[in-house]
Ligand binder design. Sequence first.
Ligand code: APR
Length: 259
Amino acid sequence: MQKITDTTFPGELIRAFARAKKIFCFTGAGISKESGLPTYRDLDDGTWRQYDPMTFATYEGFMDNTPLVWNNYISRFRQIAAARPNPGHTALAEMSRLVPQFYVCTQNVDDLHERGGLAGTGHIHGSAANVRCIKCGRRYPTTEELLAEEITESNIPRCKACGGVLRPDIVWFGETVPVDVLEKAAEFAYTCDICMIIGTSMEVSGGYGLLSYAKAGGAVTVDINPNGSAVSRQCDYWLQGSAGNMLPALVEEMKKQNK
Ligand code: APR
């Protein structure tokens, strides 16, 4: 593993990006931190340091504390709506236009990749954009009206079709991730030229095996994380810096090589 602490990238890394035809990215809360959205485990702003994940990120917690959990998500969804993509998001969108095949699988439920100009992002932990009926599974867009609500036992959001309770369309602990997203991520990881792990502790999703697929497939592996993650030392390169700084610099190098 080569640790790189600034944007003076080694020649072999620049050449790898210049010749890459297929890039896979796996992102986490860290890429949205510079947009003002909290991470889950950082010491300064980690959501799970403030809220018990067993209450706020499990089906049982939701069913036992429906108004409390709904109001917590409504507040987080309002934060997402007020946030703007940062240079890390827009750089990934620009990078996607520089290579023939590019896929981002994100653990984030925000839509900042999309609002930063990147189409086709896979949301492996669900999305704040929708809510879902626990009874019939119907999905509805998350509306402004819902985000303006203060939920109590008497106005719990309900499905128009069957009357079932609506929940955030988020994958909670103990629940399965969308198979189509995981399969596409695994296929890209195994066949890409470069695999970037960006802004994630890899504490939850390390089990998805995506990095091991990328290594087995012979990809150059890069972790972009200012504090390091569970996989920094398993990667070929650890760019020890913020996504908002490292990604635009990588894109600039790619554009120089493409001239
Ligand atoms: N740029 C890049 N990475 C950053 C930045 C930044 N500006 N700031 C912080 N980070 C890194 C932190 O060092 C940390 O390793 O982002 C990572 C965030 O880790 P977590 O808070 O654990 O978030 P994440 O990895 O996305 O969590 C994965 O866990 O609770 C579940 O479903 C939840 O999707 C979430 C999953």
